[in-house]
Design a protein around this ligand. Structure first.
Ligand code: AMP
Length: 187
């Protein structure tokens, strides 16, 4: 088995056991997958970050882009470790300079994300990172923004996939490779 697969499969249950499920938060029917215990435990934080660093060390990247807000925590540590720059993709109305926007539909309602127009340049290779993939809408909106600036989005990455919501399938079908560390069934 390739070393990357071996590392991944041996870490999966370890990381998963440090993700807390909070039922009915923020609303009834949602099982919130809370990664704060994973971040708050020094040993799991290190394993978590090292898996992403190991995957992208030789990927010839220029930036890691993080999705608001938990993607900022992960993405900035990974960017620092890889000697790359970090790009925040923010919820609407938070970035001070000129921006481009992407609007997308959520399960209930819609949302808009933004990026600074000078965040990256044509041809820059970027990975997008977030904590979790549900419907995949946020990740695909982030990719649209980066591509509008001319960047090449090499891969999407997240800790958790919720495969039953179809987001990871949607992302891959849209032609964006996706790397996730563990999955949970159901919502
Ligand atoms: P989506 O765009 O539907 O893939 O939603 C992904 C975004 O919503 C991520 O930024 C997650 O942090 C958040 N999210 C959606 N569902 C959950 C959940 N069950 N537990 C934790 N975060 C979630």
């Amino acid at each position: 088995m390739p070393i990357a697969d071996l590392l991944h499969s041996s870490a999966e249950e370890y990381l998963k056991s440090h993700i807390r499920t909070v039922p009915d938060w923020p609303k009834p029917g949602i099982q919130f997958r809370d990664i704060t215990p994973l971040l708050g435990t020094p040993k799991t934080l290190r394993v978590l970050i090292d898996l992403f660093v190991h995957r992208y060390m030789d990927a010839d990247l220029k930036y890691v882009a993080g999705l608001d807000a938990r993607g900022f925590i992960l993405g900035s540590i990974v960017a620092y470790e890889l000697n790359l720059g970090f790009i925040p993709i923010r919820k609407k109305g938070k970035l001070p300079f000129s921006t481009v926007q992407a609007h997308y539909e959520l399960e209930y309602g819609s949302a808009t994300v933004e990026i600074h127009t000078d965040a990256c340049r044509r041809g820059d290779r970027v990975v997008i990172i977030d904590d979790l993939i549900a419907t995949g809408g946020t990740m695909l909106a982030g990719r649209r923004l980066l591509e509008e600036l001319g960047a090449t989005v090499v891969e999407g990455a997240a800790i958790v996939d919720l495969p039953d919501l179809g987001g990871s399938r949607r992302i891959r079908e849209a032609g964006l490779p996706l790397y996730t560390l563990c999955d949970f069934s159901g919502h």
